[in-house]
Each structure stands twice: as structure tokens, then as C-alpha cells.
Design a protein around this ligand. Sequence first.
Ligand SMILES: *Cc1c(COP(=O)(O)O)cnc(C)c1O
Length: 418
Amino acid sequence: MLSTINKQDKAVYDLLVQERKRQEMCIRLIPSENYASAAVMEATGSWMTNKYSEGYPGKRYYEGQQNTDQIETLAQERAKKVFGAQHANVQPYSGSVANLAAYSAFIEPGDTIMGLSLPFGGHLTHGWKVSATGKFFKSVQYTLDDQGKLDYDAIEDLAKEHKPKLIVSGATAYPRIIDFKAFEDIAKLVGAVHITDMAHIAGLVAGGAHPSPIPYAAAVTTTTHKSLRGPRGSMILCTNEHAAAVDKAVFPGMQGGPHMHTISAIAIALGEAGTTEFAAYAKQIVKNAKRLAEKLIEYGFTLVSGGTENHLILIDLRNKGMLGKKLSKALDRANIVTNYNTIPNDPAKPFNPSGLRIGTPAVTTRGMKESEMDKIAAFMNRVTEHVEDGQAISKIGQEVTDFCAAFPVPDTFVSPVS
Ligand SMILES: *Cc1c(COP(=O)(O)O)cnc(C)c1O
């Protein structure tokens, strides 16, 4: 499949092939990453790249929409079916843009929004100060309780105090089930709009492994490339009542032409997400995360909130005597890819925080199950114990690569280097 690139541009070809090899030989535990299917990747590289389609199906500003209208409608219909939503906008370029668009569908610049604080697991775009969402809107941020869990009473008190126009639920580093109804109740109480950002857990929601926010939010934003396992893209789901406002906020409010190649791939990913195999996959993600969490606890790791109920685990490394960056770099040298992260009330600096964030969507896509989680926990523990020992780390790295060989990555590319 890359033979044309190989002939035309060796520099790029080599890097693409090296990246494929890296993804194959590493245990990839970054919870926002996955392996998209071969079909999703083919659509992303397809002829739809060449088409401009500003507007929506049946209402475009360019001609030649015989196929684009149909593919966007198909993506919308599948999104509505998979998530039980009345309306779907599949055009946002990515999750960050979708959030800004969704907010602007409901409120005006300068209005107050309330989201989970970034160092407590919220996303930049939930009103963090350096983000446009923290600059264009007045932002009030809620945090977590001492156990590292959402405290709905405290959130209610904060909402009563600040009277935000919009409340965001959802997170980027939160290992527990989120009670979307509780957020909706709080929003109703203070007259705010409730928006959920389910970017991380969309695949779990699609597969019935996490309660759905759809009945409880005016609009739900999501990325399509995390646990949902599609292309890099985004969607906004909402009720018919808010459809016109959301569509207008995306185009022309925020964006120009939609990425039809991405939308084609979203349609394919949603076709996959509607299957019973995908539901089993989503449930296995959670089973794997729970097993990995159990084993890490046995090895003496401290987990924020004491464990996990979704795809994600946040490790508090303070009792291990090291910071997150040091361990994540050692793990990377051992071919285990993670990211360092803040923990709630982190005493360390944000650019070198006390936590490590891991998750199971990608390894579950490769077919790994509970017994493989035991092995991953053991690898991680060994790296932690030998964090200063370069030789030991290289040895673990070789073992990790051998371990990975039994779990093929899903793609159509003929192994480019054999
Ligand atoms: C990943 C993520 C986003 C942003 O998505 P991008 O596609 O990287 O812009 C937004 N919200 C949450 C909760 C996320 O986890």
C-alpha cells in the first residue's frame, strides 16, 4: 500500500514504516490512543481528500456532491443509531474544535462556563486558562474530592455560587464512571446548559460498557479516534431542538469545508461500532483495565481513586519515590508507551508531575486479555524497580517486543520490512 510513497519520497516512507514498526513492537498504553482498522485507514487515504463540501448534505456551496452528500448522511445516520441520538454533526475537525463550537451554539463570549480543572483530569478545552475556552469565556473550574472522585454536592455548591451558563461533564484523565444525570440535575437547578464531552469513553458508551450521557445533555461532543477506534475526527450529538444551533456553530461558525475523507472513515468506524463484536471489545477494555489495576495494586502501586471503572488508570507514584516523567521515559525505553500526568492536588510541577496515566483500548484491540494484563503489570513493575539500570531496561524492552509479536496490529499494509 505504501509502494507509491516508497518510490516517490523515501524520507517520508522510512518514517511511516518506522512508525508502523514502533506501533507493532510496543505495548501502547496511552489511554487516548488506539489502532484504527485497515478499512478506516483506507477511507482516510481515499479520493474524498480531493473534495470541497462546505455546507451540509443537500445545502452545499460547491457542486459535485453526488457522493459526499450520501456519505455524510450515512455517517450521521450511523452516529444516531449507535448512540441513540436525534441529531449528529460529523464535521468538527477534532475534539477541541467541537467543544468550542458546542459552547458557542449555546452561550456568548464572556459568559461563564464550568468544567473539570485540567490538573484534576479535565481537558484544556473545558475552560483551562491557556485555552481559547478559558479566554473567550469566564471559567470556573470544579475539582475532585480527597479520594480523587467527583463530588456532586461540591459541584452543586460551586454552580449555585457562580451561576454558570454552561456546565461541562466529561474528562480526559478520570478512572471512574461519571453520573451524567447528576450533572444534568445541577445544570437544571442553576439554569445552565449541560454539555458532555465523552471523547475518551465514546467506545465504551457505544459498546454499553459505560452509561450514556445522551439522555442527560443538551449536546454531547466526542472525538472519534480514541476508544471509538475511528479516524482522527469528532462529532457533536444533540436533540432535534438544538440541531440548527449546533450545525450553525460548526459551519459557518467555526469551520470551513468538512474533511470528507475523515467523515467517510467515521462512517466506517460507526459501522464497526454497531456490531456485537465491538460491544464485546468495549467490555473487554474495562475488564482488562480492572485486571491491570488489581495487579498494579498487588505490586504496591497507588491508584488515584483506588482503582478503575473504565478504560483508564491513573498511578500516583509518590510512594515509589519517583516522578511520572522519569518512569514514563524508562518505560518508553522498555517499549511500553505511557504518559506522565498530574494527580489530584499534585504537589509536583505540571511539567514534571507525580502521576502516570495508562489505559487499555489499544492493547485490547490487539486481542490481549486478562492474562496479558498480568504480564504488562509485571513488566511495568520491573521497569519501576530497575529505573536506573539501562541494561535491565533494554532486556525488558526485548521481552516486550517478543511478547507483542503474538498480537498482530490491524492493518492491510504488507509488512514493509521483513
Ligand atoms: C482528546 C480530548 C479532546 C480533544 O481532542 P483533539 O482531537 O485532540 O482536539 C477533548 N476533550 C477530551 C475530554 C479529550 O480527551
